[in-house]
Design a protein around this ligand. Sequence first.
Ligand SMILES: Cc1cc2nc3c(=O)[nH]c(=O)nc-3n(C[C@H](O)[C@H](O)[C@H](O)COP(=O)(O)OP(=O)(O)OC[C@H]3O[C@@H](n4cnc5c(N)ncnc54)[C@H](O)[C@@H]3O)c2cc1C
Ligand SMILES: NC(=O)c1ccc[n+]([C@@H]2O[C@H](COP(=O)([O-])OP(=O)(O)OC[C@H]3O[C@@H](n4cnc5c(N)ncnc54)[C@H](OP(=O)(O)O)[C@@H]3O)[C@@H](O)[C@H]2O)c1
Length: 310
Amino acid sequence: MIAFLCKSDEGRQMNFDAKIHLTYFRIFYQFAVVGPLFGSKTMAGKRKVCIIGAGPCGTSALFHFDQISDSSTEVVCYEKSDTWLGLWNFTWMTGTDEFGEPCHGGMYKHLWTNGPKECLEYSDYTFTDHFGKPIPSFPPRPVIRDYLEGRLVKKSKSDLKQFIKWSTVVRYVSYKQKSDNFTVTTEDLKTGHTFDSNFTHVIVAVGIFNSPDKPYFDGIETFPGRIIHSHDFRDATQFKGQRVFVIGAKYSAEDVALQCMKFGAKSIVTSYRSSPMNYKWPVGIEERPLVQKINGKIVYFLDGSSTEFY
Ligand SMILES: Cc1cc2nc3c(=O)[nH]c(=O)nc-3n(C[C@H](O)[C@H](O)[C@H](O)COP(=O)(O)OP(=O)(O)OC[C@H]3O[C@@H](n4cnc5c(N)ncnc54)[C@H](O)[C@@H]3O)c2cc1C
Ligand SMILES: NC(=O)c1ccc[n+]([C@@H]2O[C@H](COP(=O)([O-])OP(=O)(O)OC[C@H]3O[C@@H](n4cnc5c(N)ncnc54)[C@H](OP(=O)(O)O)[C@@H]3O)[C@@H](O)[C@H]2O)c1
């Protein structure tokens, strides 16, 4: 039996002591991110823009700077991994990566998009543009990644990769009121060297689903089975034949429960804090209220019921 705590939280690996241009992954709002920077402050006649993170959001900002091609604007993007598109990459690693950094992504093997592609495609580069023919509305992860990369490679004016400093993590951003500039402290993960660089603008695009939130439940440490967070869930096949307990009632909980059932788990119980998902679940999946306590292999719920796992 396995328990999942299905919640991700704000990234916590960076410290900011300043006002920063925050970005959010909303494709249709990309121009709103880049646009306001023009006509604003400069450093020795140049706008120096730092983008932190080369996920879909950071690369979209980069894409639009490239479209605008303004010679008085210099853009540098720092990416702590060695590839772009953030969460849309799959990694077998969990916990920490090869440099001892927290693994960023909670992506798993059989993830399909949970929103129709028509609602998330770029107006300047549709899925049909990319694939040359219509495709189904809910594609799997590699198809989404391929599409996102296609736009960056095929629609940009220059090679966007030249603006990205790979395997470089941003450790600290400070704001100097006097100069009205930012100092960004980075670490080259391959050499261990740290650098300070000054910028007029900083766009934070580090994602929001990269740091697992692990609430405590009374007695959880007495549970004899394996306990993992959905951030470390990679493949449902390993739960074949097992009784799985899922804590949470949103997208991760739903998908983890359904995938475990599809790949052969014996039974699934999900537990909700605020409200049940109330789907017409397949036989073998049931919903319960929040956990009250755990005593060994028995889980007690707030409605007075209990279930034995393991
Ligand atoms: C399991 C899961 C499934 C999802 N499925 C969908 C879906 O089906 N459809 C959908 O639209 N959305 C989905 N999402 C939401 C997803 O967050 C967005 O699609 C998208 O990836 C967000 O892009 P982003 O650029 O903001 O962040 P991210 O994709 O998280 O990219 C952030 C980038 O910043 C880098 N970074 C982080 N910290 C630093 C640092 N200190 N220094 C340098 N670089 C740093 C990371 O390495 C990463 O490359 C899903 C999320 C999760 C967790
Ligand atoms: N493509 C896909 O199929 C797919 C799959 C997984 C995730 N995603 C995406 O990933 C993002 C994150 O989704 P998510 O489901 O991981 O996280 P989420 O939306 O933040 O949901 C977290 C769940 O955990 C519960 N929870 C949090 N703290 C708790 C506590 N202390 N005790 C009990 N329950 C607690 C929450 O309860 P409350 O309901 O009470 O808040 C909520 O149900 C979303 O954008 C989602 O679309 C997509």
